[in-house]
Design a protein around this ligand. Structure first.
Ligand code: GAL
Length: 329
């Protein structure tokens, strides 16, 4: 392709890899390593939405990766985190490695992948393995990642929902996740939290911040510019799209300010019929791209990718404008 082609906001557009196959890397991210962009995500099934083992929103493949020099031509690199055909395995498919995110640890020379893990049959729940963080590592960006298991940040009482990880300038890294707590005293409390990871990125520290301004938000994606961190989020309507809201702060573990819907001329108030997933930077430029996804509940394989540049203003606000097509350079 020669541009990020998005079509109309009610359109589903397939992007193809260099073999001509539909690119299928849901809600992942892009990491620049070894001189190339590596785009990864969970491979959906071709099916529509359904609970139980028949939903297209699960995977029976795993996390896959594509590589590119120019962000336009993507070569399939294969499955980097496999599911299992063994019913005894925690990775028995269909299951979910939802919203996988990879960061590189300079101390240990490992690529660390965190995801929202949901065991077979891949339905979100409240039991062990239905609402957890999954962890896998590899010594190569595009090698086979080794599954290290699943866990929960902060304590056992918070269910894990949508998440992302963010690596800061000082190499400290953070998990940002939708923590879902349900009990008699709070009723249902869902709120984004920032949790500092350990130095090797393989566990959580006890340092965290509840983002009180970001209640009932999910799909977090983090950007940084001129002293401010921004989180793009969606509301909680499952696969149905809804209005975006962004938050900003000067320090990741401080208060976050709600700065409203960043989408300009979004008359349908649906984030242009998409949901946020990640932010990446175009190497050698100042451009940061917000990766969004238009989930297709009729056939998840044909969900589409919408990559829009983030416009940062002098008053430290952010704007996103829809374009049917964006040329990255
Ligand atoms: C979305 C969420 C997705 C997935 C879905 C399930 O809102 O962002 O990651 O969990 O709900 O219904």
């Amino acid at each position: 392709m020669d541009a990020f082609y998005h079509g109309e906001i009610n359109e589903f557009v397939d992007w193809h890899d260099t073999d001509g196959n539909v690119i299928n890397a849901s809600d992942g991210g892009i990491i620049f390593a070894c001189g190339k962009y590596h785009w990864y995500g969970m491979a959906f099934r071709e099916l529509g939405m359904a609970n139980g083992p028949h939903g297209g929103q699960m995977t029976d493949t795993g996390v896959v990766m594509y590589e590119s020099d120019d962000l336009l031509n993507w070569k399939y690199e294969g499955v980097i985190l496999d599911v299992s055909s063994d019913p005894e395995s925690p990775l028995f498919a269909p299951m979910r490695f939802e919203r996988p995110k990879i960061i590189y640890n300079e101390r240990t020379h490992q690529f660390v992948l965190w995801c929202h893990y949901v065991k077979y049959p891949g339905n979100h729940g409240k039991g062990v393995g239905d609402c957890d963080m999954g962890l896998a590592v590899c010594d190569k960006v595009n090698g086979k990642y080794k599954w290290l298991g699943f866990t929960k940040p902060i304590d056992e009482h918070g269910f894990v929902r949508d998440m992302t990880v963010y690596k800061d300038f000082d190499k400290s890294a953070y998990l940002i996740y939708d923590r879902h707590v349900e009990n008699e005293s709070v009723g249902c409390d869902r709120c984004l939290h920032v949790v500092k990871l350990s130095d090797d990125y393989l566990s959580f520290t006890s340092t965290y911040k509840k983002i009180e301004s970001a209640k009932f938000r999910e799909a977090p994606a983090v950007a940084y510019k001129d002293g401010y961190y921004y989180i793009f989020t969606s509301g909680l309507t499952g696969w149905q799209t809804n209005q975006a809201r962004a938050f900003r702060t000067r320090h990741l573990l401080d208060e976050w300010e709600d700065i409203g819907d960043p989408c300009v001329d979004d008359t349908t108030h649906t984030t242009f019929n998409t949901q946020s997933s990640n932010v990446f930077k175009i190497e050698g430029t100042d451009t940061q791209i917000l990766m969004l996804e238009r989930h297709n509940t009729a056939s998840f394989l044909h969900s589409s990718y919408v990559w829009l540049p983030i416009e940062f203003s002098d008053d430290n606000t952010v704007s996103i404008r829809y374009k049917k097509e964006i040329k990255p350079y």
